[in-house]
Design a protein around this ligand. Structure first.
Ligand code: 4NP
Length: 153
């Protein structure tokens, strides 16, 4: 799960998908990162923590890290929160950008719509609730997709 700072959106996405994967009995390795290094080592934004906790999701122990080229080898699927994040991932990866692994998160919910998870960083608390709801719906779709796939195998 990748955003710009790895303190607002992608920590929520990591926490929500981890929570839902555990509930579904899926043994996935899930992580998040940011394309800029401004907040490396920091805990998620207090409002991301607060909104997550209201939903029973604990993200306070996460620490921000920067997205690196090797993430394209380490992970099977990489979800970006917005187009500017994808552009930054391309810049970081140079020739090693794995397009087939990269997707806008909201395209899981509405394929091809290229909807973005808005950056709540500059705004007040309601923005974090909107972001939470959007990410949760997309994560529900991801879980549904992989659990259905398993039962059909
Ligand atoms: P995020 O929000 O990408 O959802 O973590 C941001 C947090 C910090 C900055 C940008 C976006 N920043 O430039 O410091």
């Amino acid at each position: 799960m990748v955003c710009l700072g790895n303190i607002c959106r992608s920590p929520l996405a990591e926490g929500i998908l981890k929570h839902k994967a555990a509930q579904a009995g899926l043994e996935w390795y899930i992580d998040s990162a940011g394309t800029n290094g401004y907040h490396v080592g920091e805990a998620p934004h207090p409002l991301s923590q607060k909104v997550a906790r209201l939903h029973g999701v604990e993200i306070s122990k996460q620490r921000a890290r920067k997205f690196v080229t090797e993430d394209f080898q380490r992970f099977d699927k990489i979800y970006a929160m917005a187009e500017d994040v994808v552009e930054e991932m391309q810049r970081i990866a140079r020739g090693k950008f794995a397009e087939e692994k990269t997707e806008l998160l909201m395209n899981e919910l509405n394929p091809g719509k290229n909807e973005e998870v808005p950056d709540p960083w500059y705004g007040p608390e309601p923005g974090y609730h909107i972001v939470y709801e959007m990410i949760e719906k997309a994560c529900d779709k991801i879980i549904e997709k992989y659990t259905l796939k398993n039962t059909q195998d």
